[in-house]
Design a protein around this ligand. Structure first.
Ligand SMILES: C[S@@+](CC[C@H](N)C(=O)[O-])C[C@H]1O[C@@H](n2cnc3c(N)ncnc32)[C@H](O)[C@@H]1O
Length: 436
């Protein structure tokens, strides 16, 4: 659920940098999920953390043993009164906030039928859920921090002793954390600090403050930052995710490239030109392990289309032969959508690509996606890049929600559709009527 955690591949680079400093103390700005602190947990450092969010405040207080001032707001007392008893001490409060964050989508829309049912069940289950999570947290306490500063990173830096080694990954998404925590923020009263949202300019100000304070610093950004190009120490590129640029006052240069994708040959026959698809044909959706999906995708998806790794994939079969496939991932910023990462047919003939879309929008596909993502899915989203202002493939089935001209003259077309619009059989019959 946490947005912007430092990728695993970046962590050895950070450790190497800190190792070379040979420090006794490390100050971490924008602690977020405390990934930097957890990465350095066994290095014997005195760690000082800082952030501005309720989430980090609760965890930071628990990890530093500082008292926590958290209670339910008026809205919280209305909506989740059964949480009140969980704020007894910092550990207990931190676990309660982490659990609540998991239910943020329902807490944000409590009037919906699904949310009402979920919250009613949560009220009954809460004591047990909370006690179990608290026991896990206490048993596996991730790291001990010496102090937690609940406030703006620039104030944090200003009050550090001179030459304190400093490391920070400031926000990757401007305002993203505020959106993420808004729902639970409305349920809780806590000493929320005032601070400035960090944007690209603020990174510059942050850097000035850091460089003035210490000769040992490291900062991770999601974009290259030209003024400190000579201090680039690491680049981490990941399939389907933003890259990470690590700048530091000193250290070796490292580059982490995405690993190759596992591929396994799929030995099912594919639909070809001689196969007749009739009203008696049987259409199925079959979930398939990702290496098989990668095999079919590598073979049939146009080579110029950039791909990312899906969370799950399914084949669309007609009379036991593969007609096409689609892969999905969870929507990033909202909870009730899934992203159709790749959808393709094994042939350009016979409008099989439309059949794949009819299948992907079916009730059966919706259930499969809900099972994989473990949440209600109402919408399917996708993006196409095209030389034309509309994509003929998606037109008619999906609604065009945005069109962004690209530098290369093409358009980025974002499409959306409600999902579960028909049964697979109904979708197939409609497709057959329109396309045969
Ligand atoms: C990219 S995340 C940090 C990632 C973190 N190091 C981790 O891996 O978990 C950025 C964090 O900056 C925090 N933040 C945003 N504005 C801030 C500010 N002005 N001062 C301190 N922290 C801030 C956000 O609350 C968020 O937790």
């Amino acid at each position: 659920m946490f947005l912007g955690t430092i990728p695993a591949a970046a962590r050895p680079i950070l450790r190497e940098i800190v190792d070379a400093w040979n420090p006794t103390t490390l100050a971490v700005g924008c602690s977020g999920n405390f990934t930097i602190e957890r990465t350095m947990a066994d290095m014997g450092l005195e760690l000082h953390s800082c952030d501005v969010s309720l989430y980090s405040y609760a965890i930071g207080s628990a990890l530093s043993g500082q008292p926590v001032e958290i209670e339910l707001s008026e809205r919280g007392r209305e909506l989740v009164p059964w949480v009140a008893d969980s704020f007894g001490d910092a550990d207990s409060a931190a676990v309660a906030i982490m659990l609540l964050l998991d239910y943020a989508p329902s807490l944000g829309k409590p009037e919906r039928i699904y949310s009402r049912h979920l919250l009613a069940a949560l009220a009954l289950k809460w004591p047990e859920l909370h006690a179990r999570a608290l026991a896990r947290f206490r048993a596996k306490r991730p790291v001990q921090v010496a102090s937690y500063f609940n406030g703006d990173v620039r104030q944090f830096i200003a009050q550090l002793p001179a030459d304190t080694p400093f490391m920070s990954f400031p926000p990757f998404y401007k305002g993203g954390y505020e959106r993420l925590f808004r729902t639970i923020g409305e349920l809780i009263d806590w000493p929320a600090p005032s601070y400035e949202i960090i944007d690209d300019n603020a990174v510059e100000v942050l850097l000035e403050g850091v460089c003035a304070k210490s000769e040992r610093w490291c900062i991770g950004l999601k974009e290259e930052h030209a003024p400190i190009a000579h201090l680039l120490r690491g680049v981490v590129e990941r399939r389907g995710s933003i890259p990470m640029y690590i700048y530091a006052s000193a250290g070796p240069r490292r580059y982490v490239a995405p690993t190759g994708v596992a591929v396994a040959p799929l030995l099912l026959p594919v639909v070809d030109a001689v196969d007749e698809i009739t009203a008696d044909s049987i259409v199925e959706i079959r979930r398939v392990a990702l290496p098989y999906f990668e095999f079919v995708r590598a073979k049939y998806l146009a080579k110029h289309i950039a791909t990312a790794a899906p969370s799950a994939a399914a084949l669309v079969l007609v009379d036991g032969k593969v007609a096409g496939a689609f892969g999905i991932v969870a929507e990033r910023y909202r909870s009730n959508g899934a992203y159709l990462l790749s959808d393709f047919a094994v042939s350009r003939q016979g409008r099989l690509s439309k059949l794949v879309l009819y299948a992907a929008l079916s009730r059966e596909a919706q259930l499969l996606i809900e099972q994989v993502l473990n949440r209600r899915i109402r919408r399917l989203l996708t993006t196409a890049f095209s030389e034309h202002p509309v994509s003929m493939k998606y037109r008619g089935l999906f609604k065009l929600v945005s069109r962004k001209p690209q530098e290369d003259g093409r358009f980025q077309l974002n499409y959306e559709s409600p999902t579960g619009r028909w049964t697979l059989q109904e979708g197939f019959e409609t497709w057959l009527k329109k396309n045969r």
